[in-house]
Design a protein around this ligand. Structure first.
Ligand code: GDP
Ligand code: MG
Length: 313
């Protein structure tokens, strides 16, 4: 690991401290001194995983695969048991690196590369956009933010602050204005100026749910007037500290929009980080980024191997 990777890993570990203490601390105690897997072990493991918001379907899958492996490799030492657990948990999550434009420094397949950010109020959409803008900018890419959440008072002001912090351009028409027009102007400007990345903030709540889903579809159609193959990514933001609630929100959104990836925020300060495993497994959508704090550099590319490592250490 290079210096910056080590730094990022230590922030990840720091951010996941509560989850590690609650979930994986218990797993370590369970594994300690064991040389075989029996029913009592499997039952305890099941309880720990469910208590840590890994969710029933995903927990049962993990326990079943461990039980199947235990039948083949009945006796093992503590280290082997620990490695097997890590391996089975890691396998429950999708490998984001295989399916997506990998990281901020990677060349973009298209420019302008349009990313739409969706999710309910308060989950961390605006903050995540600020963090992404900062990362893309640092990677030498030009960025434009579209302030298309015109519903909530102060939403555009908040986004303007993030744009300034990140040092990127923003198109904002102000509260109450037509989000379609904001998006149209943003994409037109990005095409004219050859901007690399367009990040579109959207409303998290309108008068009702149908209205919100219609607005998201409309925004998509407006983008496509200018760029028929866009948006290139639709990222759904979920608040990791809400545990199983995040899964039901995700189910709602994925019915209405084609979500290509997830951003799981607020993993710092929660003991429910196990929900990442559940979400990645149950929704079959890769977790692309995780938020581990409120600062501009607190967004990390999700790496399932590092995640599990940080949880077990
Ligand atoms: P939006 O309504 O979806 O746009 O959510 P905001 O971006 O306005 O964020 C709502 C609150 O969550 C703010 O107070 C943010 O500082 C906070 N927040 C966002 N992401 C994170 C994170 O990864 N960790 C922590 N601790 N707080 C976060
Ligand atoms: Mg917002």
């Amino acid at each position: 690991m290079g210096f910056f990777d080590a730094l990022k890993f230590s922030r990840l570990k720091e951010g996941l401290q509560k989850t590690r203490e609650s979930l994986f601390g218990k797993i370590s105690r369970l594994v300690k001194g064991r040389t075989k897997i029996d029913d009592e072990f499997l039952e305890e493991l099941e309880q720990i995983l469910i208590a840590a918001d890994v969710g029933v379907p995903t927990t049962l899958k993990i326990v079943e695969s461990i039980s199947a492996r235990a039948k083949r490799e009945r006796y093992m030492n503590e280290a082997e048991l620990d490695a097997m657990l890590r391996d089975e948990i890691q396998k429950m999550m999708q490998d984001a690196r295989k399916t997506l434009v990998v990281d901020f420094t990677a060349p973009l397949p298209k420019t302008p590369y349009v990313i739409m950010i969706v999710g309910v109020n308060g989950v961390g959409k605006t903050t995540s956009i600020g963090k992404m803008a900062y990362n893309y900018k640092n990677a030498g890419k030009s960025v434009l933010i579209a302030a298309a959440d015109t519903f909530r008072a102060a939403a555009t002001e908040q986004l303007e602050i993030w744009a300034e912090r990140a040092g990127v351009a923003i198109v904002s028409h102000g509260q109450g204005k037509d989000p379609g027009a904001v998006v149209y102007d943003s994409v037109s400007s990005a095409v004219a100026k050859n901007t690399d990345v367009v990040l579109i903030d959207t409303a998290g709540r309108l008068h009702n749910k149908t209205h919100l889903m219609e607005e998201l579809s409309k925004i998509k159609r407006v983008i496509q007037k200018k760029l028929p193959d866009a948006p290139h990514e639709v990222l759904l933001v979920l608040d990791g500290s809400t545990g199983q609630n995040a899964i039901s929100q995700a189910k709602e959104f994925t019915k209405a929009v084609d979500v290509t990836g997830l951003i799981l925020t607020k993993l710092d300060g929660t003991a429910k980080g196990g929900v990442v495993i559940a979400i990645s497994n149950e929704l079959n959508i890769p977790v692309k980024y995780i938020g581990v704090g409120e600062q501009i550099d607190d967004l990390q590319l999700f790496d399932r191997e590092k995640f599990v490592e940080a949880l077990f250490e």
